[in-house]
Design a protein around this ligand. Structure first.
Ligand code: UDP
Ligand code: MG
Length: 309
């Protein structure tokens, strides 16, 4: 019998862990030829998540948990689950039931057809405004044009199935700022997508606020591409050339009219503009430097406080 490992990161999900376990159990009761395990990764929850997980694992042998020593973030949590999963395939999904467990049979079917990675494509329910849909697509298109990895393919969700051979590859990766969404397209293999309609969060609150999303976007871009550094270099080049022309115009003008061009306002604006531009570019370089800094320290992506297996 083939075994499916389901990895679920949970950060303050006390009311959801039992729910999602039940839903997954129901799904697998109809799938006769598969065994399953659920690896919950408690990512530094401050509510009763850990207690709920311990109760659950006492009652059901398929429930396993990994407790982090603090909050390390969603991506390290998924990575931890993958590191300890030993199924023939690993499915990662959110704890809040936005990723419907009922899609699992479809993912497994595609996997059995021979695809190594089955990603999901998020479609929005009718209630969600066209504006939100549009912004989300634009965002991912923008991301993929700046970075070297096609992020649209993953649909920006961490709901996917990976064959054990792919999981082995990902396990060996030792990146400081791991970005699985990009990594899962970057690794290649045979991939297929399955559409699903995202549900509302079952209970609790989303941990992703705008600032976190922006940081996530930066992580995504800088984890897969050095294009922003090139953009910086190109900008520098373009403005250097422009300034040479500016000087030429200034010199010719003062020879012809025997007067100097006045105007400190335009001067200040130019200084401010280039000051800003330089700071942005230094910031971009800084982000990469920070990445190198994190990487050379070789600190682990996560620290485990306890686990039940
Ligand atoms: N999560 C996590 N660590 C965090 C934030 C979130 O493990 O620091 C988990 C959370 O419990 C959920 C999943 O990651 O299972 C997605 O988080 P959330 O629902 O808050 O994000 P959204 O669906 O709004 O993007
Ligand atoms: Mg969610």
């Amino acid at each position: 019998m083939k075994k499916i490992s389901i990895v679920i990161p949970a950060h303050n999900e006390e009311n959801n862990v039992a729910l999602i376990h039940q839903r997954i159990k129901d799904v697998f009761s109809k799938l006769e030829n598969y065994r399953f395990e659920i690896i919950f990764v408690n990512d530094g929850s401050r509510d009763q998540t850990q207690k709920k997980l311990e109760d659950l694992s006492n009652h059901f042998e398929e429930v396993k948990f990994i407790e982090f020593s603090r909050n390390f973030g969603h991506q390290p949590a998924v990575k931890a689950g993958m590191d300890y999963a030993n199924g023939n395939a690993v499915i990662s999904m959110d704890a809040d039931l936005q990723h419907p467990p009922e899609l699992i049979p479809e993912l497994i079917e595609k996997w059995e057809e021979g695809f190594d990675i089955v990603y999901t494509i998020r479609t929005y329910p009718k209630q969600i405004s066209a504006f939100k849909r549009k912004t989300s697509t634009v965002f991912y298109h923008l991301l993929s044009s700046i970075s070297d990895v096609n992020l649209v393919k993953g649909g920006g969700s961490d709901f996917r199935l990976m064959d054990a051979s792919v999981v082995d590859v990902v396990r060996e990766m030792n990146e400081a700022d791991i970005f699985l969404r990009g990594l899962s397209t970057w690794v290649g293999f045979r991939q297929a997508g399955v559409p699903y309609v995202a549900a509302e969060r079952a209970s609790g609150e989303s941990s992703y606020h705008l600032s976190k999303m922006i940081r996530f976007a930066f992580t995504g871009i800088t984890a897969f591409s050095v294009k922003p550094l090139y953009i910086a270099a190109y900008l520098g080049f373009i403005f250097s050339v422009l300034s040479v022309f500016g000087y030429l115009i200034y010199i010719i003008h003062s020879f012809m009219t025997k007067t100097e061009i006045s105007g400190w306002a335009s001067l200040i604006m130019t200084v401010v503009f280039f000051g800003g531009l330089q700071l942005i570019i230094m910031g971009i370089i800084g982000i990469y430097l920070g990445k190198i800094f994190k990487q050379v320290k070789e600190r682990p992506n996560y620290i485990i406080r306890s686990k039940n297996f």
